[in-house]
Ligand binder design. Sequence first.
Ligand SMILES: Nc1nc2c(ncn2[C@@H]2O[C@H](COP(=O)(O)OP(=O)(O)OP(=O)(O)O)[C@@H](O)[C@H]2O)c(=O)[nH]1
Ligand SMILES: [Mg+2]
Length: 451
Amino acid sequence: MNKFDEDIITALATPNGEGAIAVIRVSGKECFNQIDKIFKGKIPLSEAKKNTIHYGKIIYKNEIIDDVLVSIFHSPNSYTGEDSVEISTHGNPLIVQKIIEILLKQNIRLAEPGEFTKRAFLNGKFDLTQAEAVADIIQSRNDSALKGARNQLNGLLSAQINNIKNSLIEIISLLELELDFAEEDLLFISRNEIITKIEKIIRTFEVLISSYKFGRILRDGVNVAIVGKPNVGKSSLLNYFVKENRAIVSEIPGTTRDVIIEEVNIEGVLFKFYDTAGFRESEDEIEILGVQKSEKTILQADFVLLIHDVEQELDLNFYNKIISLIEENRVLLVQNKIDKTIKKLKENEIGISAKTGEGIEKLFKVLLERIGQTKIYTENSLIINNIRHLEILTKAKNYLTNAVKSIEENQSQEFISIEIRYTLEMLDEIIGVVTTDEILNNIFNKFCIGK
Ligand SMILES: Nc1nc2c(ncn2[C@@H]2O[C@H](COP(=O)(O)OP(=O)(O)OP(=O)(O)O)[C@@H](O)[C@H]2O)c(=O)[nH]1
Ligand SMILES: [Mg+2]
């Protein structure tokens, strides 16, 4: 099973700190023997029935360290695919530290970040996209991101990639058969048929590639800057979103000086709202710094809510200054304080009151529409959120586009099949049929220790 090394590794699998229980993981060939040196239960773990749980004590140099429950998993029926043990201790960091120190004296070493999952991948428990999904599952902070990660762990992306691989392999084998009959000038597959098939695959790639933006937003949240002139109600709006007095609100212009960030979950999508200092010329050094920060926040935002006091005239210079910082279609002009006026808004204008909450549902609706495709991407559709996948799929798409070009230019089959071969290499890289240490390290270093 251990294709890559024979070390036994260990790490704390639960969060550091006090808790009801802590779980220490150990994995590696015949790790039961090593644990038996410090575990005293009814029977030695190495003689116990496969995949069972045992009560006992961790004893080292005659000192009882803790009463523990030990679960044993025999290869291949474990997370890593190797022989593994999970020791559940009382959730005291001191106990955990002691037990790990003792384990390290038993020819066991500390696991690197993601090493358990890396071993699971190398032992064929799942492919690379699924291993990556494990990290996403742990880190998902909203429903949609979690669903996406679950789909990926369930192998939705791998299945899609494997389907595409199969149809490309079919095309290639027919093309290469032609080589054997080169003298007879036979075509085993019509060029038009290849083009139709390849173009269908290119479209699949395009859908996946264009899902990235949405996928990233699902995972990391949408950054929305709340900006405007002083006193228009930016902080009031932030407070309304989070339903508490998070930012100071006052009738004095120039109240907010720093950027205040709050996360809000709207229909399963994570939004990060940035309340900023109001834009105006100021002599006050701190306020000037605040305005500079506001500008920076706009540059990094996915969207800008440009808040305007409905009772005031729109300052076009100011509006143009804001949209010079970010594309216009990422700016939403929001008329605030509509509770104070009987003024009729134009049909496409968004009117709200940060005081009464009027219009805010509509604002959310527009925001969700703007981040887009909420309707196109339904629960089970495949969304990529991983830059590695994005880059590989983009390359794969280019190779296939070249393949189509070769056909259209009537080039011989070698030129077509080489592009298809390159595409296949790309697909293998996604699911991890071929990997390098560098790729693996990049992926697994982002995991936490113990996973
Ligand atoms: N009637 C009414 N008053 C509002 C509304 N929103 C904000 N206000 C009032 O407008 C004043 C300014 O509100 P803030 O939320 O502090 O405005 P701001 O844009 O954060 O101001 P700065 O931080 O100074 O840039 C306060 O007195 C609020 O109570 C609203 O929708 N209706
Ligand atoms: Mg404010």
